[in-house]
Design a protein around this ligand. Structure first.
Ligand code: NAP
Ligand code: GFB
Length: 321
């Protein structure tokens, strides 16, 4: 019987994992989805108490201080310290508890800012990250260093995945924290709801920045399926990028258009170039994933946006906003 502990199990990715596992109902696995109420993982004693209670054999380590461009720009020190503390507590406690496998989460935004494209798994440490999120990036990069150190000293199979930008149900819609897709979904919904006397065709939705930056986006439920496969089948310490194809890259303005289409928004989209763009692109190669899972089919981007908008409207009251 595998006992799987998911740290950070109550957020965007954790909830997607829970939904997929509920559908699969594996007989030989028990899953526990922990949030900060179970333990503040920046605190070692609380981390040890959670692991002593759950006694996991496997860990999917998602817990982190997470946020979009603007949250990172204003809080690099907190992103660095909180995530360093969480990651060291979780990995050291997993080792002491004898966990046979830990899969942690990096991000394609931690790669070097000045790089060739497409980016691949060998390039994580090849130069400084984009200045907007250096705190988060260095904390995440150290997970890869820690994984190799536990493997060198104790032969531990501690690995990591590198997702591109993720979106889906149960996202974080808080304007000051959110990533672009939940940020725009929340703002467009509020714009449509307010001033009902104003014809929607006269309403103007603001896209922050130039709308030109390029991103790859993965639907959270697809990512969850891939992370479960990594937990069960991928046995290397080396990180693996979990991203849609390079050809699926879209501009921020195209994202806004897809969200407007999902809301059937009749107004105008205008870019506010006084707001930061962040990284222009971080195009990642999923060739390693494709070599291992050649037939995996990602959800169509527009379909995933429609599902995410529907979820938000249907769950507006309890959404994190
Ligand atoms: P999220 O929705 O913000 O969820 C974060 C999770 O971590 C929540 O369960 C939260 O618990 C938990 N957490 C935060 N601080 C904690 C602490 N001090 N102690 C214990 N638990 C804590 O984030 P997400 O988008 O699901 O991200 C999951 C993982 O994917 C993270 O490692 C993130 O770096 C990575 N990632 C995310 C993206 C993206 O676009 N979202 C892209 C690439 C990689 P509460 O619910 O109790 O607050
Ligand atoms: O998802 P996001 O905040 O972060 O996207 P990154 C930022 C891009 O979307 C910028 C534009 O070009 C913004 O100008 N944008 C437009 C918006 N409207 C909005 C909005 O309402 N909210 C937000 N947030 N952006 C993050 C990293 O980079 O990627 C994190 O900083 C994390 O560390 C995340 O790893 C996955 O994709 O630029």
């Amino acid at each position: 019987m595998k006992k799987v502990l998911v740290t950070g199990g109550t957020g965007l990715v954790g909830k997607a994992l829970e939904a997929v596992i509920k559908e699969q109902a594996p007989a030989d696995e028990q899953w526990y989805f922990a949030g900060s109420k179970d333990a503040d993982l920046t605190n070692l004693a609380a981390t040890q108490a959670l692991f002593a209670r759950e006694r996991p054999s496997h860990v999917i380590h998602l817990a982190a201080m997470v946020g979009g461009l603007f949250h990172n720009m204003n809080n690099n020190l907190d992103f660095l310290r909180n995530n360093l503390l969480i990651n060291d507590n979780v990995l050291q406690t997993a080792h002491e508890q004898g966990c046979s496998k830990v899969v942690s989460c990096l991000s394609t935004c931690i790669f070097p800012d000045n790089t060739s494209y497409p980016i691949d798994e060998t390039m994580v440490h090849n130069g400084p990250p984009h200045p907007s999120n250096y705190g988060y990036s260095y904390a995440k990069r150290l997970i890869d260093v820690q994984n190799h150190a536990y493997h060198d000293k104790y032969d531990r199979l501690y690995s990591s995945v590198i997702p591109c930008n993720i979106f889906g149900p149960h996202d974080n819609y808080k304007p000051e924290v959110s990533h672009v897709i939940p940020g725009m979904i929340n703002r467009m919904y509020q714009l449509i709801k307010e001033q009902p006397e104003v014809p929607e065709s006269e309403k103007v939705f603001t896209v922050f920045g130039s709308g030109k930056p390029l991103r790859q986006f993965v639907y959270s439920l697809d990512l969850a399926e891939l992370m479960i496969w990594v937990l069960r089948e991928y046995d290397s310490v080396e990180p693996i990028i979990l991203s849609v194809d390079e050809a699926q890259e879209v501009t921020i303005y195209e994202v806004a258009k897809a969200i407007a289409k999902a809301f059937n928004f009749k107004g105008k989209l205008v870019c506010d170039t006084s707001k930061a763009d962040g990284q222009y692109k971080k195009t990642a190669s999923n060739a390693k994933l494709r070599s291992l899972l050649p037939n995996y089919a990602f959800t169509n981007f527009e379909t995933a946006i429609e599902k995410s908008v529907e979820w938000y409207k249907d769950n507006y009251d309890q959404a994190r906003k």
